[in-house]
Each structure stands twice: as C-alpha cells, then as structure tokens.
Design a protein around this ligand. Structure first.
Ligand SMILES: Cc1cc2nc3c(=O)[nH]c(=O)nc-3n(C[C@H](O)[C@H](O)[C@H](O)COP(=O)(O)OP(=O)(O)OC[C@H]3O[C@@H](n4cnc5c(N)ncnc54)[C@H](O)[C@@H]3O)c2cc1C
Length: 478
C-alpha cells in the first residue's frame, strides 16, 4: 500500500492530524486495536486553556513552568498556550459539546492550576472528544481506516522515512508514505499499577529508539495519586477534578495529612504513597449531595456504585498508579523528528512543554495544539527501488510471563520513590536479561513485539533515571 500520509494511532493527536492531512492528500490511519482504543478515550478531567477574562497567557505559562520544575522548553510552552483557546474552539466547531452556562464555557480546576481554566464534558471529556473525532474521520472520503494493524518498525533508508511495517491479519505488510506520523501514545502498561489501557505499551518510543531518533526526559513519569484501590485493569481513575470540587484526602483514622489537597500530582502521590504504609488512604467528598455528584461526575459515580461505594456517604479508597510520561521522541514545534518525513505528535513525543512534570490537563492540549500544525507544502516522495526491509516471520509464542515481570521490575525500580544504586545494580540488569530472552525467540507477533518494546523502553527509562542523581519534578530519588 502507498499513501500521502500514514498516521499511526487513533488517539486525539492521530485523529486530529489525519483530519487536517485529509485536506491535502490521501491518508491511511492505522491503529493496533479498534479506533476508540486509546488513552484519549479514558481522559476524564478536561483540557486546560486560557478561556476566562480573569485568566491570562502569563498565568498559564507560569503554572506550567512551575509544575515542570522549570525543566520545560519555554518556547514550546508559550507556543502551546498561545494556541490553546483556538484549539478548544476547533474542537467545538468539530462538534465537541463542552459544558456551558448561559452560553459561556464552564471551567473547572485541577492540581497546580491557580485558576479555573479547564474545559470539560462531565467526567468523560476524552470519550466525547474521541467520539466526535472518530465520527469525522469515518465520514471523510480521503481517509482509509485500518484497525487491528500493529506498527512494528519504520521503513527508512539513511535519514529518510518511507513508511512503516505492520502486522495485519497475521501477516507482515509494508505501507509506504510521503509522510509518516507516529501518534502511538504512552507507556503506562510498563507498570504493574496503571490508569492506562492495554494499548499503552510504549511502541512508538521503541520504534523511535530503533530508528536512531533522539529520546529525552523518559525518567519523568507521572503517577496519578488517586486511582481507585481495587484490582481493576486498567485501574479506575478518580479524576483530580473531584478534589477540585471539594474532596479531601484522609488517612485510615479519618484525619487529613496534607497541607494542600490540590498540590501538584507528584507531591500528592508521594504523600499518599508514604501514608499508605500506615493504612489505606481515602478520598472524602461526603460534603456534597448525591444529586450534585451524579450530575457532575456521572461516570465516576456510576463506576464507584458498581464497586460498592456511594460517593455522598462512603470514603473512597485510593492509591497512586502510573499515568503519564512527559518524555519521548524529540520533536520541534511542527512535530518534525530528526528523520526526514517522519513526524510525531502527542504523548509519544518530548516537545518540552511538560518539563519534569506535566501540569494536569495540559496533555490533551499539547496533543491537540501540536497536531494542528501541518506543513503548508506536501512533497511527494519517490520510493527508492531498493530499501532494505526485513520480513520477519509470524510465530504463535506468547510473551505473557515477560510482560508481567517487566511491569514488576518497573514498579519496583522506576516507581514513585527511586534509588539510583538499586536501579543500576538490579533494575537495569533484570530488564537486559529479559530483552535477551525475548530476542532468542524466533519470529514475531503483536504480543511479543509489545513485550520487546516494553523491555527496550523500560531499560531506557531506568538508564535515564539512573543518570539523574537528584530529585526533579516527578523523578524522586531516595
Ligand atoms: C485515565 C486517564 C485520564 C486522563 N485524563 C486526562 C485529562 O483529563 N486531561 C488531559 O489533558 N490528559 C489526560 N490524560 C492523558 C491523555 O489522555 C493522553 O496523554 C492523551 O490522550 C494522549 O493522546 P495521544 O493521541 O498521544 O495517544 P493515545 O490517545 O494513547 O492514542 C494512541 C493510539 O496509538 C495506537 N497505537 C499504539 N501503539 C501502536 C502500534 N504499535 N501500532 C498501531 N497503533 C498503535 C493506540 O491503539 C491508540 O489508538 C488521561 C489519561 C488517562 C489514562
């Protein structure tokens, strides 16, 4: 197959870019499961933007930089926030129905923001965005959708990308393109406890590493402080907006133990992690009525009810879980990577906007603003006759025990509190051994390829973490 644009991934960044690109040429949108299978579909809280008269560009920049421990790329932060309101209006134009009151957008607040500046749709903002973008994609005559199509590696010669190799219908297929776009999302599944769905195995970052791309800031992994403490996969998130609307964090004696329940996520996650050693930690929002909670948090209310908790009465047991990676493939403001005709958008990238810690609700914003950029001139590229493309064989071997072990290693050594010596002495050697064992298995399939990607990205995360001797942002060293 051959196309103008080959977009890999169907979260907010892939879908949004595909809609822009379809105005200029033919698009193939390939994604490893169904279209809606993405982190985007799980986003609850909303999208941050400068939308209120009492807010301004400088304040949003200041909050983003402070949360990122000033490790951010200020130029990228300014670029994102300057374009934030426009990005929200684009979504509204496409059909996303953000909450409104008397015709103006209702805004909520999350940790680290000094203003109410988050546009939202109940407590399932991501689902609504995904629904609207998927609808638009399906309607578009220039977009061909390939579901259950798993990207393995880029097709490249020297520093030029010519497309990507996939596993599709149990066969290897090459898709050639003028421009290839990685929009493959995050890495939460590298950890035992995560809010990310099964698709988040770090494939895009691994593909980038193998292609020789620069990756950066991988050690900055954000742990969300308040996942529901129940064995669910993925773990169910209790959005920060619940605290934004008045929930308090309490210990098993019913006492508050934090100065600020809405401090940035890394601080709250560490406090809860430490306090959990003395007993279960809870969220308490019993100061609100049932009718308010059902209306404001319909999804969370319903899920908690299914799990046996009534928000207006019961304390809700919570625990931290791996949630978001701030680092990734280095790109410029246009999503361009160091390889010609290869672009990347969304959580797979490191644009520098998040620095050492992502400010809540800035990630959907980043994915959207950056994927709104598309270079004016589309250049068709001739595919050279001889590109060395390997054709791996498909095997039925399963990787299950390896995936579980990788998750345990990552939770132990790259978790909320880290120890540099142990990472070097135990964590990295364990993952290198797993990588070697996986390499010995002949052939490939999606499950094996994911496990190999997880081990490769995990090793890189541990190695970046081991080099950062001091705590910074969400990298906390014992
Ligand atoms: C529970 C939860 C709540 C969140 N809440 C918020 C919030 O309120 N506000 C906010 O700003 N952010 C939030 N986030 C983070 C935000 O949702 C993500 O950062 C964002 O959606 C990432 O978008 P994306 O397009 O980069 O990737 P994703 O939405 O993850 O999409 C990646 C796509 O790539 C596909 N893919 C992956 N690997 C391959 C492969 N090898 N081959 C083919 N396809 C592949 C996947 O199937 C998927 O379709 C939340 C995240 C979670 C998990």
């Amino acid at each position: 197959m051959q196309t103008n644009f080959l977009v890999i991934g169907s979260g907010i960044s892939g879908l949004n870019f595909a809609l822009h690109a379809a105005k200029k040429g033919k698009v193939i949108l390939a994604t490893k499961k169904k279209l809606i299978d993405s982190n985007t579909n799980y986003a609850q809280g909303g999208i941050a933007a400068v939308l209120d008269k009492t807010d301004n560009f400088k304040k949003h920049v200041a909050d983003t930089m402070k949360c990122g421990a000033y490790h951010n790329n200020k130029k990228a932060v300014e670029f994102m926030i300057k374009n934030s309101a426009e990005a929200i209006y684009r979504l509204i134009e496409l059909g996303v129905e953000f909450e409104k009151e008397d015709g103006t957008l209702k805004l909520t607040q999350e940790g680290g923001h000094n203003k109410r500046r988050i546009a939202y749709v109940g407590d399932n903002t991501g689902k609504e965005i995904e629904r609207v973008l998927v609808k638009r994609i399906k309607e578009h005559p220039n977009i061909e959708i390939l579901e259950n199509t798993f990207a393995i590696d880029l097709i490249k010669k020297g520093k030029i990308c010519y497309g990507c190799q996939f596993i599709r219908r149990n066969k290897i297929e090459n898709i050639f393109a003028d421009q290839t776009i990685l929009a493959t999302g995050g890495i939460g599944q590298l950890f035992t406890y995560t809010t990310n769905p099964k698709i988040a195995t770090g494939d895009g970052i691994a593909i980038g590493i193998r292609a020789g791309l620069k990756v950066k800031d991988l050690e900055f992994i954000q742990f969300h402080p308040t996942a529901l403490a129940k064995k669910l996969s993925p773990m169910f998130l209790i959005s920060e907006t619940v605290r934004g609307e008045g929930a308090k964090v309490i210990n098993n004696k019913g006492n508050r133990f934090m100065k600020n329940d809405l401090a940035s996520r890394d601080l709250v996650a560490r406090e809860i992690y430490r306090e959990s050693k003395n007993g279960q930690v809870y969220l308490d929002i019993s100061n609100k009525t049932q009718s308010y909670l059902v209306k404001r948090f319909p999804q969370i209310y319903e899920k908690l009810k299914q799990c046996g908790f009534e928000m207006e009465k019961d304390r809700i047991p919570v625990t931290p879980a791996a949630h978001y990676i701030s680092g990734g493939i280095v790109t410029d403001l246009y999503g361009q990577s160091k390889i010609k005709n290869l672009f990347a958008f969304g959580e797979v990238t490191c644009t520098g906007v998040h620095g050492a810690n992502r400010l809540a609700s800035n990630s959907l914003l980043e994915a959207l603003v950056f994927s709104n950029q598309i270079s004016e001139k589309l250049k068709h590229q001739k595919i050279p006759k001889k590109i060395p493309v390997k054709l791996p064989t498909i095997t039925k071997t399963s990787s299950k025990p390896f995936k579980k072990e990788i998750q345990q290693v990552m939770w132990k050594y790259a978790g909320i509190i880290r120890n540099n010596k142990l990472i070097k002495k135990e964590g990295i050697p364990k993952l290198i051994r797993i990588q070697k064992e996986l390499a010995k298995i002949k052939g490939t399939n999606q499950d094996l390829a994911e496990a190999r990607n997880m081990a490769q990205v995990g090793t890189k995360i541990l190695s970046s973490a081991s080099k950062r001797k001091h705590s910074l942002g969400c990298h906390f060293v014992e």
